[in-house]
Ligand binder design. Sequence first.
Ligand SMILES: Nc1ncnc2c1ncn2[C@@H]1O[C@H](COP(=O)(O)OP(=O)(O)O)[C@@H](O)[C@H]1O
Ligand SMILES: [Mg+2]
Length: 503
Amino acid sequence: MRYSRVRTITTMGLKVMDVLVELDIDSRSLVQDMDIVGLGDTVVKESKKRVKSAVKNSGIELPNGRITVNLAPSDVKKEGSYLDLPIAVGLLKATAQIKTDLSDFIFFGELGLDGSLRKVRGVLPILLSLSRKANGTKVVLPAPNKTEASIVDKLTIYTIDNLNELIGFLNGQIRKEPIKYEKPELRNLDTPDMSEIKGQEFAKRAAEVAAAGGHNLLLRGSPGCGKTMLARRIPSILPPLTMDEAIETTMIYSVSGLLGDRGLIKERPFRSPHHTASTTSIVGGGNDARPGEISLSHNGVLFMDEFPEFRRDVIEALRQPLEDGVITVARAKLTVTYPARFMMVAAQNPCPCGWYGDKTRECTCSWYEIQRYNRKISGPMEDRIDIFVDMPRLDFDKYMETSTAESSASVRERVVRARSRQLERYRGMNLFSNSQLGHSLLKEYVNLDTTSRSLLSGAVDKMKLTARAIDRVLKVALTIADLEESKVLARHIAEAIQYRKKT
Ligand SMILES: Nc1ncnc2c1ncn2[C@@H]1O[C@H](COP(=O)(O)OP(=O)(O)O)[C@@H](O)[C@H]1O
Ligand SMILES: [Mg+2]
């Protein structure tokens, strides 16, 4: 029997699935040809030509007869040129030119017509997810994929230049060492840096608290007061990505086709969709069930600039993922779930013209317009925002000041400490930050002394805080206490109250 089976992988959403390349040669057939069946796209169909030329030009004779290649399971679509290599290996195995048992091996690679192996796109996420299983699998890849493959831990990876080298290696005639793992350095970029923001101490402090507890933040202020400037600098004060987070984020960018040649994504993402964006582009979906902006911001910041200008259905569609940290999008036959745990930073003017409350310019909006504008963000949406900040415009004197403000690196040190306290506290609980705390856990972790209690009850009366608003004050107070590595005290409650929305 002239038959072989070779393993490779395909992706569906963020899922990585095994694919078996079966190859059968019917030597009774007089035509020498090859058919590829099993839901391959047009690129896969072209594999046949590349494989035939590559094999021939490597000095290997093609067998007589009809070759059938089946990609199993046949109900899953396979895309891309990386199937060239497993098909070629299948052919060499079926014709006994490769004699080794291949059941531990997985192959990827595009072939040049001369038998050389070419770089394939999108392998990093596949390797990363294989490495999480780490079950003794050996992977063979084209040599040009070596750099990205070297950051994958716990997986035996060989890189190969061409088909002849591969045959020699698999038959034991050429010795090859697996590639060496090189631990990637994960750290946030300090550009742009917090120190560039002059004044605005209150807003910067609010951003620090928000970053420290993963709280969603709304910045309100007239045009030019620095909302965008501040939002863009929030990723720089967040803790560096963990390896698992970097892997997840990389996989999301890869399935979105946005990874390019970046390899592993090492910094927290910052996404800033335009306010005319559609629900699909924000939450994900469409024909190919792509991840949306909320998933592209996973582990990072989603900046919703001009928040009330977004379509109402977009704002409403954010509610559920803000609660759950995941989003399920459907296409014709399948549903895909993508992670979407992000920090939302929203910005808005105080009114449609932008100048309500400004000291220097007159607002031209009617009272009705101002109300309508601010009401666009519904109660349930507001419930998901823990920190509200009104930003004044910078005074001329402050702007001209030469003293430099605190750097991102230095703010980040406090944020990192506060976050690790939280991770410690929530170990094994599938909670990542204070912002996710529910009422009962809040009660467990926040024990108010009498001063704090009367302070809070005063605010409840004066500001007419609802039960949910009280919980948000407590959550934020807990984060402020975490920044000081202290238990919750009256001064933390007092600061948290300042971050309530003023109407
Ligand atoms: N606090 C500040 N410190 C330094 N520059 C500032 C500050 N606030 C505003 N600016 C300057 O004004 C520009 C506009 O700020 P921006 O963040 O775009 O305002 P907004 O988004 O609130 O309209 C910034 O690019 C920056 O040059
Ligand atoms: Mg702006």
